[in-house]
Every structure is written in C-alpha cells, then in structure tokens.
Design a binder for this molecule. Structure first.
Ligand SMILES: Nc1ncnc2c1ncn2[C@@H]1O[C@H](COP(=O)(O)OP(=O)(O)OP(=O)(O)O)[C@@H](O)[C@H]1O
Length: 673
C-alpha cells in the first residue's frame, strides 16, 4: 500500500511539473518581428502557431493518465536513472531531469519488446491501472529475471481490451504488442502495407505509427503534412480522439471523397462505377487526351517588318511527333511553341540577325504560332474530354480498344448533357477528372505521409489519385482483403501498392485478433473459404464465456427478439450496437425507441457513439467500428443487399469485443448455416 501511495505521489509530482511546463509556454512571449511584408508576417504567424501547438500538446487531458508503465533497468544502463516512467509525452522537473519519458523514445522500446529471453537490461516491467478519470488504482509487476513464468502481460492486455467501451476509440499505447510495435516503429521509408484480420489492431497500429513518425521525423513530415484517409465520416469520428490523446493535434483525417472534392450531381450504376475505377481507365484517358494532338498539315510563316521566316510543315510534324507523350500535355504545348520559335530564330541567325531570348518568346506568342497550336495541340479541359468520352461512342471506341463492347456501352451516358460545362459528375468521375488534370499538368507538392485505412476497398483509379498526392512521401496502407466490399476493389496488396506507385512497399501480416473472442472469429471465419480463399484463418487471443449465441425467430417476432436482446445487452457494461441491413435498420430503431430505450442511428449525426450507449448501425457503416456487445439482425438480408454481401456479413460479424448475438428469421447464409 505504501508503494501505491508513493506512486500516487509521483503522479502528482509529474502533473504539477506538466502544469508548470504548460504555464511556462503560455507565459512566454512570442517574438514579433516588425514590418508587414509577406516574409515577416509568415514568420510571425509560424511562431504563433508553434506556440499554440506546443501549448495544446502540453494540456493535461483529465481522462488520460500521464504515465502507464515503468521500466526498472540494471544499474548504470541509463546515466543517473535506474527506473523510467513511460507516458504519452515527456515531462521534466524544470532542472532537466526527466520525470516521464515519451513512449516513442528509444529508451522506452524495451517496455514493448523486452522478454525473459531477451531482457535488454530490464529487471522489471511495471504496468499501472487507472480509473476512467485517470486516478491511479494499482499496478502489476512483471519481473524479467528469475525462472518463474508469469502471464501477467496477457492478463493486463486482456483487461485493457475488455475495459468497457464508451465513446470513441482509445489509444493502446500501454499494451502495444511486439508484432504491432515492429510496424509502429518501422522507418518512414519504404511504405508499409498491413494485411490483418478483423480486430488485429491495424487502425490502432496506423494511428500510433503516425504519432511515432511525427516524433522521429517531425521536420521532414512538417513540410508536406500527414493525412489519414478513412472510409466514411462515422469511422473518422470514431478514431478522432486517438492522436490528440497521444499529443498529436496536427493531422488531417479525411474521407477520400473529401480529399478529391468537387461538386457532384450524378450517381453511377454499379457496373459503370466498377469500370470507372478499373486500372484500364488510365490508358483510356491517356489515349483520349493525346488524340487531341493532331498531325500538322501546314508550316508557319512568321513576318517581322518586311521579312518573312518559314518553318516548313515537315519540320512542325517532326517537332510534334518528338514532343507527343514525351512530357505532360500542357508543358508539351508550351514546348511546341518554343521549338517552332527556335526554328524561326535559327532562320534569323542564318540571315546574320542577332535575335535574343525575348525575340524567341515574342515569336512563341505570335499569332501564326498560336494558330498552329490551336489546330494541332489545342487547350483542353478535363471535363471536356470526359464529357466527349461518355457521350460519343466513336470517340470512346477509339480511346478504349481494351474494353469490350458491353463495357463501353456501360460507360456511355444514356442522356448526355449538352455541353461539358453543364455535365454532372459522379464520385468515380471526379477521380477520372483528377487523373486527366495530372496528365495535362503535373500535380505539384507531396504529402509527407499518407495513411490509408480500409484500403482494400479502394479502386485502382482512387489509389492512383492518392499516390499522386504523396509522390515523394511514404504511405501506411491498412486493410483486410476479406473485408473488401466494393466491386472495384484492387484485390491484392501488390496491386494496391503498384497503383499507389509505392511498389517498394513492404507487406506485413497481423493475425492475432485482439478485439473479437476466439469463438466469434472461428464462426465468422467459416465464410473465408468463400470470400477470401487465399487468407489463413486468424486466431483470437481471448475466449469469452457465452460470447456467441444464435437466436431463431420468425418474421413477426424478430423485432421483439431484437428489443429483448438490446435490453439484456444494456444490462451489462459498455457499448451496444444493433447492426442490420441498411433498408431494415431504421424500422428496427423505431421499434427499439418505441419500447422506451434510448437509441441513436449511426450516420444521422457524427457524434452519436459518444453520447448514447445503444446505437443502430446500417451494415454498410459498420466497417472499422466496434462495440462491447453486438446484435446482428437477419444476416440473410445483409447478404442479399449487395453483390459482395458475404464480405459485408464478415465485417458485421467481427465487430464485437465480448458478445455477439445473431437473430434470424430466414436461414443463416452460406457456410454459417
Ligand atoms: N495491443 C493492444 N492492446 C490493447 N488493445 C488492442 C491492442 N491491439 C488492438 N487492440 C484493440 O483491438 C481493437 C481492434 O483494433 P483495430 O480497430 O485497430 O483493429 P483493425 O485491425 O483495424 O480491425 P478491423 O479490420 O475490424 O477494422 C481495438 O479496440 C483496439 O483498441
């Protein structure tokens, strides 16, 4: 007990020190440089911003414990310190002595990696338990010397996983497992791609990796920035608090549709959307664009005063064929003007004139040259090309020899807009427009790092668009091929990395499921031979008594059974979700609300998971989320709702941390029956 008191006292000391560090930063004046020109303003703003970020990072978050572990080292391992406290950020006592060391620092690594057989000079690992309000409630010691094996680490992990969920996802910094730590601390380059079964910690790894990279590579990443791309707003809302809890507030979390923002007004049918995401479209767009470059039939006659200079048609033909596809379209057009002007300059020099660069530019901008440009290398807008492709069967056929007749028909609009300016674009179209834009003029700038979560669902064309935004940066790609629910999914990680233009990326696999109890994983994995035959069956690290139950019902009793299941789940602790097919979920929510339970429907607003214990989740929004108890209504409907319904069901069945209850009137689908 005395020791617990001592630890509590140390926590208070550390908190006081953090408050002092915070006050010091707040009190420190930001130097303001006089003057109002751009550079000075920029410097002043940057200084102010740096201060804001620093104060933000030093805020004491009342629910986030300041440290979570301690390492006792052999004497002399670290100068002046035999034990270190490990937490989410550095805290020092004001005279330079560290009180808490950031989990990302090299001396913290053994907290995650040291084992009995490889102690790394650690004598003992201590883990602390905290209440929901960050009060220190106890600790457990794991000696790494001696011979007695303990399973304290496992017990601690299990307790951490099973701590009831309220609100959004939390960090796992106290219990990162060695195989996860490898990925979290992998260097910035090359890119890393993680295939992992449900609940193996991919999202957690991605977020902690961002925090780690910002710690080790802040300068390099600061320039381009870090972006996390998630499948939808509900998911982003769910993960939004993890990085701030780790002290990182400057990371954009965004959906792919938001990243490629453009107004959209059209909706594709599934086949058109699949085709528009297909990698072959890159070639279609390239051909379509370059078909605008024609073969010159006339030369150029440039006059200056009474003098005339001729560039012959065959010379222009040579220049055009030289430039065609050797660079992007817009710079190619400029180069054509300059090359023609250069020939004119040579003609001038042949007549002993001495023209300079200014003359060359004037010639390049002159009317005769511009006329040639407009006829053989016209300016084009991405929308113009796409409009022509989808409204003109001959043009499409010419640009898309690799597509079948049926595929081309599926792409053609039934009622094309009169002009490209009034055309309405779908989400898949915006990705194609993005590709065309880059073919015309290379996109500049690059993110420092890009994290793609649920990457198995992205199309080849989306991946290309993302890769373009991160040309010189690196990526962390996270996903599970068995959870691919889009018909345009790329299908293999090598292909995903290829489309992203990160073929040097390393693919790793996580196969220990932390979220889902073993019984539930085994049940859901019966679908794997059908939906992802190449993947091996994952294992769960925990079994939980009565984790899985299947309740038969009839059509007329289904809603009552669902309500009863919700009530019984609410009697336990933590979060509860009812997941059903999208077209069934609203009616079930109404029935549950009519029975007097407080319930929210995910997708209606962003923060539902924070405030209400029971939520209804449309099957298509369940990806990436998790709940302590999950009730799945009528799996057969979920499967029937879409072409990859079995994949969707696999996602839905793997959301539960402790209990899964399946209620069905129709027979269970596929291998589950
Ligand atoms: N080392 C760990 N310690 C404690 N909890 C962990 C650990 N690893 C994962 N978890 C927990 O397991 C759950 C699943 O993690 P996460 O959502 O990152 O998995 P995922 O692989 O992205 O799953 P999915 O494919 O289903 O989206 C989370 O609650 C996470 O906090």
């Amino acid at each position: 007990m005395a020791e617990l008191e001592a630890e509590r006292a140390f926590l208070t000391t550390a908190q006081t020190a953090l408050h002092r560090m915070y006050a010091e930063v707040v009190d420190r004046d930001v130097p303001v440089i006089g003057g109002e020109d751009n550079d000075e303003r920029f410097t002043n703003e940057a200084n102010q911003r740096a201060k804001e970020m620093r104060t933000h990072a030093l805020l004491d978050l009342p629910d986030v414990p300041l440290f979570f572990g301690r390492l006792d080292y052999e004497h002399g391992t670290i100068p002046d310190l035999d034990q270190i406290y490990i937490g989410r950020r550095h805290v020092h006592d004001g005279s330079g002595v560290p009180l808490v060391i950031d989990w990302r620092a090299p001396v913290s690594v053994p907290f995650y990696r040291a084992t009995r057989s490889d102690r790394q000079r650690v004598l003992m690992r201590r883990r602390y338990g905290f209440s929901d309000h960050a009060e220190l409630t106890g600790f457990e010691d794991e000696p790494l010397t001696g011979v007695v094996e303990t399973d304290q680490a496992d017990a601690f992990l299990r307790a951490e996983i099973e701590r009831p969920r309220t609100g959004p996802m939390r960090d796992i910094v106290a219990t990162i497992q060695p195989e996860q730590d490898d990925l979290v601390r992998a260097p910035l380059h090359p890119s890393v791609c993680v295939q992992g079964a449900p609940g193996t910690g991919k999202t957690a790894v991605g977020l902690h990796r961002v925090a780690y990279l910002l710690y080790t590579e802040r300068e390099r990443l600061g320039r381009g920035g870090v972006v996390i791309v998630g499948p939808n707003r509900s998911f982003l809302s769910y993960i939004r608090k993890v990085l701030p809890a780790l002290g990182e507030v400057d990371v954009r979390q965004i959906t792919i549709d938001e990243l490629l923002t453009r107004p959209t007004g059209a909706i594709d049918d599934v086949e058109a959307e699949r085709l528009k995401g297909d990698a072959r479209m890159a070639d279609v767009l390239r051909r379509a664009l370059w078909s605008y470059v024609g073969t010159p039939t006339e030369g150029v006659l440039y006059s200056k005063g009474s003098r005339r200079y001729r560039v012959h048609d065959y010379e222009v033909v040579d220049i055009v064929s030289d430039l065609r596809e050797s660079t992007r379209y817009a710079p190619g057009r400029n180069a054509l003007a300059q090359r023609i002007a250069h020939v004119v300059l040579v003609r001038m020099e042949e007549r002993a004139e001495s023209p300079d660069d200014r003359v060359q530019n004037a010639v390049a901008r002159s009317k005769p040259v511009k006329d040639v440009l407009d006829s053989v290398w016209p300016r084009v807008a991405p929308e113009q090309i796409l409009h022509r492709l989808f409204s003109n069967a001959d043009f499409l056929a010419q640009a898309a020899p690799a597509l079948t007749d049926e595929e081309r028909t599926a792409l053609l609009w039934t009622k094309p807009a009169r002009s490209w300016k009034s055309a309405k674009w779908s989400f898949a179209d915006t990705v194609l427009l993005d590709e065309l834009e880059d073919l015309i003029e290379r996109r500049t700038g690059s993110l420092g790092h890009l994290v793609l979560d649920e990457a198995q669902d992205l199309s080849a064309m989306q991946l290309r668009a993302l890769g373009r935004r991160c040309r010189t940066g690196s990526a962390t790609v996270l996903g599970d091929l068995a959870q691919a629910t889009t018909p345009w999914a790329a299908g293999s990680w090598d292909r995903v990395l290829g489309h992203l233009d990160k073929s040097d990326g390393v693919v790793a696999e996580l196969d220990r499921g932390f979220r889902v109890p073993e019984q539930i994983i085994r049940f859901a994995a019966k679908l794997l031979p059908e939906i992802a035959p190449t993947l091996s069956t994952p294992s769960g690290v925990r079994t939980v008594a009565d984790a899985l139950s299947v309740v038969p019902a009839s059509e007329s009793t289904l809603a009552d059974e669902v309500i009863a299941a919700c009530k019984s789940a609410l009697a336990g602790e933590g979060s509860v979700a009812l997941i059903a097919a999208d077209d069934q979920v609203a009616a079930l929510r109404d029935a549950i609300a009519a029975a007097g339970l407080e319930v929210a429907l995910i997708g209606e607003t962003e923060d539902e998971i924070d405030t209400v214990r029971l939520v209804c989740v449309p099957a298509t929004l369940a990806k990436g989320l998790e709940f302590d108890a999950v009730i799945v209504a009528e799996p057969a409907h979920i499967v029937a709702a879409e072409p990859r319904g079995l994949h969707r069901l696999y996602v839905v069945l793997t959301r539960a941390v402790s209990r899964l209850q399946i209620i069905h009137a129709e027979p269970l689908p596929g291998a589950l029956g």
